[in-house]
Design a protein around this ligand. Structure first.
Ligand SMILES: Cc1cc2nc3c(=O)[nH]c(=O)nc-3n(C[C@H](O)[C@H](O)[C@H](O)COP(=O)(O)O)c2cc1C
Length: 191
């Protein structure tokens, strides 16, 4: 899992907690800007964040295990994914461990899930995200979602994290589970 410097550090924290809760081993690399947004948006220290991961790597360590395709993984999640990181992955410009790991994930044909976040999106951002989806990445932005009747930002966060984990077939108990409109003739509801 990579954390880059887009807004959305709480998504990264919740994702690490979820992976730990379901027993998935997480290997974490955080960009320098990711550390800045973590401080701004959560008040957590990098050490506190890192304590949630199974293994932590320095972003400058392009010789780390996750820099090689021979290190087997289920794939990679970049949450949040900045437009700079999206551009780096899209162009194959792998000058950091985070970018190299994403590059390797694509070349090995493993799932690469990008929780890409920016607004508004420029034509450059849209072109890169479109190209990335054509290249095999899954672009899963943290979209505001109202049909689940969220009460808090944490509810929205959990909803997005559930969508991210879905991409790997990971079952997480706190994921929103839509079973139809509460008032529908079929009698569905929310759980
Ligand atoms: C508080 C804060 C919020 C930011 N939010 C975003 C964002 O939502 N999307 C984005 O693409 N960049 C955002 N940026 C800018 C990136 O951090 C910046 O482009 C950085 O160079 C990205 O580097 P990285 O991709 O290596 O982490 C933000 C920066 C800060 C300080």
């Amino acid at each position: 899992m990579g954390i880059s410097g887009a807004s959305g550090a709480p998504l990264a924290v919740e994702t690490l907690r979820a992976l730990r809760a379901v027993g998935v081993e997480s290997h974490l690399v955080v960009s320098r800007s990711g550390e800045l947004t973590l401080a701004q948006e959560t008040g957590m220290t990098v050490k506190e964040l890192e304590s949630l991961a199974h293994t932590v790597y320095y972003n400058g360590d392009v010789g780390a295990a996750i820099a090689s395709g021979t290190f087997r993984t289920m794939g990679m999640l970049v949450v949040p994914c900045s437009m700079k990181t999206a551009a780096g992955i899209c162009s194959g410009y792998s000058d950091s461990l985070l970018l190299r790991s994403a590059d390797v994930t694509l070349k090995e044909g493993r799932p690469l899930v990008l929780c890409a976040r920016e607004t508004p999106l420029s034509p450059i951002h849209l072109r890169n995200l479109y190209d990335l989806s054509r290249l095999g990445a899954r672009v899963v932005p943290p979209m505001l979602t109202y049909y689940t009747n969220p009460r808090t930002a944490e509810d929205m966060t959990r909803h997005t994290v559930g969508k991210l984990l879905d991409q790997f077939g990971i079952v997480w108990a706190e994921r929103t589970n839509w079973t139809g409109m509460a008032q529908s003739e079929e009698g569905g509801g929310r759980t």
